[in-house]
Design a protein around this ligand. Structure first.
Ligand SMILES: Nc1ncnc2c1ncn2[C@@H]1O[C@H](COP(=O)(O)OP(=O)(O)OP(=O)(O)O)[C@@H](O)[C@H]1O
Length: 380
């Protein structure tokens, strides 16, 4: 149970690469925070800096109000009271399950009877009570990861740091462990920081998610906040899988370059010509500026090519061709070729087939004023 406060935290690697820059983050007591971002965005660098394996080159880190790293202060990893679990469940092959799990207490000189009692308790918590005498080689991947988790929590850490801790596991085991992990951290009131590049995992597990890009935090928010009010096109694209359409903003009207979104659309956040536009730049200024509209897969409906439509902004617009449709838990994750743009749409209620011609109706788009250079299609 702890708060973690990161103020202006930065890390520059020895070769000059900026791993982290200006990180401001307050993680609450008992909160489950996910660090989400594409490969190379700095998730592991941030976690290792919190753990104490990396020294920040600027800013400070405090745990429960006590400075761990900052100007003139440095507390080594073993004195920070944190538990850690990594992707490769680094457990010792020569020790059995109980030996692995009890190791941190043995190191700390905890008496044997007390140690054994605590090992039994934690093994029970992670569902491994019957496996205490097994060697790691005789365990499944999921069981080994539970051993790593048990070892991380045995010394009642202030916070739990997880680096892609579930990524090596197959579904549905991963889904099950996800639920168990969440239940465990709730039960223990543990603050947790969970690094993942899996959007569904971050959104499904965490109280709040911090989205990283190029060593900088783009947005911190609840899963709903990130989906409903992304702060920029990168967040919209990475978190919601939105398709980005560059265009020009004049007098609150967005003129997309793409012929599918072909009208001066909307004004403010009013529904106009079928598409509802959301975003601050819509209200500000009459100067013509480049902008980006982000269209989430859930904001598009598809009509069969021949069907009559009553939404005037799309009548006569270009049709789109289904290029792939993958069945998922929430519907068909469908990709379309829409006059050269790849539009991603979540289709429910019918089965799209490769080659089908359809007419996309865009219900809603988020508009951001950004340099056109920021739009590189999908920010993955
Ligand atoms: N020791 C190092 N020296 C120099 N640069 C490094 C070092 N370690 C990492 N980097 C760079 O820092 C950036 C952030 O790396 P980091 O491992 O934190 O990313 P990540 O978001 O965890 O990525 P992934 O999802 O691929 O694990 C990357 O560009 C990486 O190449």
């Amino acid at each position: 149970m702890a708060t973690l406060e990161l103020n202006g935290l930065g890390h520059v690697y020895e070769n000059g690469h900026v791993g982290l820059s200006g990180i401001e983050l307050n993680i609450r007591d008992g909160e489950f925070l996910a660090l989400l971002g594409p490969s190379g965005s700095g998730k592991t660098t941030l976690l290792r800096t919190i753990a104490g394996f990396l020294r920040p080159t600027s800013g400070s880190l405090a745990i429960d109000g006590k400075t761990m790293a900052g100007e003139g202060t440095w507390v080594p990893p073993e004195k920070r009271g944190l538990g850690m679990v990594f992707q490769d469940h680094a457990i010792w092959p020569h020790l059995n399950v109980a030996g692995n799990v009890g190791y941190p207490l043995k190191l700390a000189g905890v008496p044997k009877t007390q140690l054994n009692g605590r090992v039994a308790e934690v093994l029970e918590q992670v569902g491994l009570a019957e496996y205490a005498r097994r060697k790691p080689s005789a365990l499944s991947g999921g069981q080994r990861q539970r051993v790593a988790l048990a070892r991380a929590i045995i010394a009642s850490p202030k916070a739990l740091l997880l680096d892609e801790a579930l990524s090596a596991l197959d579904e549905p085991l991963r889904a099950r462990l996800r639920l168990e992990l969440r239940a465990l951290t709730r039960e223990e009131g543990l603050t947790a920081v969970h690094v993942t590049h899996d959007r569904a995992e971050a959104l499904g597990l965490a109280d709040r998610v911090a989205v990283l890009r190029d060593g900088m935090i783009q947005q911190v928010g609840t899963p709903a906040e990130l989906l409903e009010t992304p702060v920029n096109s990168f967040v919209a694209s990475f978190v919601s899988d939105a398709t980005l359409f560059p265009g020009t903003l004049v007098d609150g009207n967005f003129h997309a370059d793409h012929p599918g979104l072909r009208l001066p659309m909307g004004s403010g956040s009013q529904r106009n010509h079928g598409t509802r536009l959301i975003g601050q730049p819509l209200a500000s200024g009459s100067r013509s500026r480049r902008a980006v509209a982000a269209v989430a897969p859930t904001s598009v409906r598809l009509k069969p090519a021949g069907s009559p439509i009553h939404v005037d902004n799309l009548a006569g617009g270009p049709l789109a061709r289904v290029t792939s449709a993958l069945y998922g838990r929430h519907g068909y994750e469908t990709s379309l070729d829409w006059a050269g743009a790849t539009l991603r749409v979540l289709v429910t209620g019918w089965t799209p087939k490769e080659g089908d011609m359809v007419r996309p109706l865009v219900d809603q788009a988020h508009v951001f004023c950004e340099e056109a250079g920021a739009v590189q299609g999908r920010a993955a």
